[in-house]
Write a protein that binds this ligand. Structure first.
Ligand SMILES: Nc1ncnc2c1ncn2[C@@H]1O[C@H](COP(=O)(O)OP(=O)(O)OP(=O)(O)O)[C@@H](O)[C@H]1O
Length: 447
């Protein structure tokens, strides 16, 4: 049941549609405030944004568009979650709005039960985003923004393209998207397009009929069919051969495909999620990725930042991997030494989270101390002449400064003047350092 205080704002100029939405929502226990024009909504929501649990907004309004209403209110500190109602021709605009922060959109005409389900999901998405400890991919603002986006994308069936460097966590993101979507109990099928030989890929993905080629002794169901109503995750999509790209494009456009050697189309019911570490948008380059397929796959794009750009996740991931490794083995390791944590912070992590996990696993297996030392994590440094793990002094100083600045900003809720006072430096110096460490952009986007 919804709590008594739950309040919805409705921005809808169509009297019949608005009237029926209000009537139904009130029957469900919501308190509804209805505005019939965009300007009226902007001025009134701005005055009471805190008290609204959700705003449902038509994209097409008589005075200003729903997009203008959203963009105006997005300047407020406490904008309520927005869900858009669109006509068929406005889907591009709705997708753009979701990328800017709207929680969901519905296309007219819709069934009221589905509408109510999405309203409830929209509210829950927002509530889970507000729970500070509710994130499961990491602690940095960058990864939490990505996780928020996954929650918004979860309510849809449109294709998602996940980009990011090797080992940054693209498959982890795809699995999370699957779990939090309504397909969570259906299969999640992951296919690494780069790992399967090109000549086998077609029959692996689409399956084949008996006798389709020499050695095809029985019908074989491919990944697309085995995914059922779940998610088909195509990793390293940039490595997919051109003829297969054409077949995938047809699958997306027709909602069906043919097994190799088959004549009857098979209906495709899964959601397509793809991932790549390449810049597929640079088509025409050596990758030769089809432009039309790229646009079909990248309807809902998401980027997973590399680990070196989210150093707040390093400690968090180290503890998590240590816990997992300790649970698997009988170890007496108590944790990471402060020196090991410092060394991890200054390491550039070219292999991203995968490298971090491998280094922690190895350290847990081989460490001789109760506390993991820098040499356990970075034995290649320890084996250099002199034995100790040395990194340039400037890097150590930068990492320590960055950490102190992050702590001061956290302590002061991002207020530059107060943080500068805590650190006994001028605001200008603090700002310069924040810009150098990539913290300025983050603070700007968070405030
Ligand atoms: N947020 C995370 N929390 C816990 N483990 C993570 C996280 N991100 C990545 N990992 C771990 O790091 C490793 C690499 O992750 P994943 O396979 O998702 O990366 P990827 O970007 O898909 O890599 P590739 O480009 O090679 O396909 C995995 O072992 C995964 O479990």
């Amino acid at each position: 049941m919804l709590p008594d205080r739950a309040r919805i704002g409705l921005v809808e100029d169509d009297l019949v549609m608005g009237g029926s939405i209000v009537q139904r929502l009130e029957l469900e226990g919501w308190r509804v405030t209805w505005w019939q024009s965009g300007c009226e909504a902007i001025s009134e929501i701005a005055g009471e944004s805190d008290s609204l649990d959700l705003v449902i907004c038509d994209v097409c309004l008589p005075d200003v568009s729903g997009e203008v209403v959203f963009n105006e209110l997005a300047k407020l500190p406490n904008i309520p979650p927005f869900m858009f109602v669109t006509g068929h021709g406005e889907i591009d605009q709705a997708v753009r709005l979701m990328r800017s922060g709207a929680v969901d959109f519905m296309t007219k005409p819709f069934a009221m039960d589905e509408f109510l389900r999405r309203i409830d999901a929209g509210r829950r998405t927002m509530q889970s985003q507000l729970r500070l400890n509710g994130y499961c991919l990491g602690e940095s603002a960058g990864i939490q923004r990505a996780e928020d986006l996954l929650h918004r994308y979860a309510a849809h069936d449109l294709p998602v393209l996940i980009t990011g460097e090797t080992g940054s966590g693209k498959e982890v993101a795809a699995r999370l998207l699957h779990q939090i979507s309504s397909r969570g109990t259906e299969p999640f099928i992951a296919v690494n397009c780069a790992a399967i030989p090109a000549e086998l890929l077609e029959s692996e993905i689409f399956g084949h009929e008996k006798g389709a080629f020499t050695g095809a002794q029985a019908r074989h169901l491919g990944y697309a069919e085995r995914a059922g109503k779940g998610t088909l995750f195509l990793d390293e999509i940039g490595d997919m051969p051109l003829p297969l790209q054409a077949k995938l494009l047809r699958l997306i456009e027709d909602g069906s495909f043919h097994r190799v050697g088959g004549e009857t189309p098979v209906v495709f019911r899964a959601r397509i999620v793809t991932a790549t570490h390449r810049d597929l948008a640079q088509r025409g380059g050596p990758t030769g990725f089809r432009e039309d397929l790229y646009f079909r796959l990248a309807v809902l794009p998401i980027h997973i930042p590399p680990l070196r750009e989210r150093s707040e996740d390093i400690d968090w991931l180290m503890d998590r991997f240590l816990q997992n490794a300790a649970a698997r083995s009988d170890t007496c390791i108590r944790g990471f030494s402060a020196l090991a944590r410092e060394a991890a912070l200054v390491h550039p992590w070219p292999g991203n989270v995968r490298e971090l996990r491998n280094r922690v696993d190895r350290a847990v297996a081989l460490a001789t101390n109760e506390w993991i030392m820098p040499g356990d994590l970075f034995p290649e440094h320890a084996s250099k002449p002199g034995g100790a793990a040395f990194v340039p002094l400037a890097d150590v100083r930068d990492a320590a400064e960055r950490r102190q600045i992050e702590r001061a900003l956290e302590e002061t809720g991002g207020q530059i003047a107060k943080a500068a006072a805590l650190l006994s430096i001028s605001r200008t110096t603090l700002w310069e350092k924040m810009t150098r460490f990539g913290l300025a952009e983050r603070v700007r986007s968070e405030t």
